[in-house]
Design a protein around this ligand. Structure first.
Ligand SMILES: NC(=O)c1ccc[n+]([C@@H]2O[C@H](COP(=O)([O-])OP(=O)(O)OC[C@H]3O[C@@H](n4cnc5c(N)ncnc54)[C@H](OP(=O)(O)O)[C@@H]3O)[C@@H](O)[C@H]2O)c1
Length: 143
């Protein structure tokens, strides 16, 4: 994939794998659009990499709603969406409090699916795009 001149939206870009993705994509010539809750971290990283920062809490459907459109209004068309943000379940399934199950589902599945739903029609109108969904082998095990 030619990344030079492309814009890559990375969720969960404030640290960990998402931060590394941001360095790698920027190093390959892409403009990065960074999403996470920790505004300071993504602003500092965006400044360093010549990208843009878009703070959002992906566990809040209201903040996920129209997120792609907000990013595109602020930064320009998104060519590649990397759904990287993810959280672990803090307790065994049967012990997890109701809110934890909701938060894990919102961040790990619903936000990623909703961002795909928002991005795909825009990519199709522009003739193409790429989506990378990061998962974990931990999701395949019984806890
Ligand atoms: N590390 C591993 O060994 C491993 C293995 C397999 C798969 N993975 C997958 O790789 C992805 C990244 O893992 P990681 O280890 O880099 O995780 P991490 O270091 O814990 O980072 C998680 C990222 O997601 C963001 N995030 C968490 N909750 C969020 C929310 N409600 N709204 C917006 N952003 C949120 C965090 O930013 P804020 O806290 O600033 O919001 C952070 O940038 C995850 O999907 C994980 O399942 C990781």
């Amino acid at each position: 994939m030619e990344l030079r001149g492309k814009r890559v939206l990375i969720t969960g870009a404030s640290r960990g794998i998402g931060e590394s993705f941001a360095h790698a994509f920027a190093g390959a010539g892409a403009a990065v659009a960074l999403v996470a809750r920790t505004e300071d971290s993504i602003r500092v990283l965006a400044e360093k990499l010549g990208g843009t920062a878009h703070p959002a809490d992906l566990s809040d459907p209201k903040q996920v709603d129209a997120l792609i459109s907000h990013v595109e209004d602020e930064a320009g068309p998104v060519d590649v969406l990397v759904n990287n943000a993810g959280i672990g379940a803090p307790a065994a399934f049967i012990d997890a409090p109701d809110n934890d199950l909701r938060r894990v589902t919102e961040v790990n599945y619903l936000a990623a699916a909703e961002l795909c739903r928002q991005a795909i029609p825009r990519m199709l109108r522009r003739g193409g795009g790429h989506i990378v969904n990061i998962s974990s082998i931990a999701g395949c095990g019984a806890m």
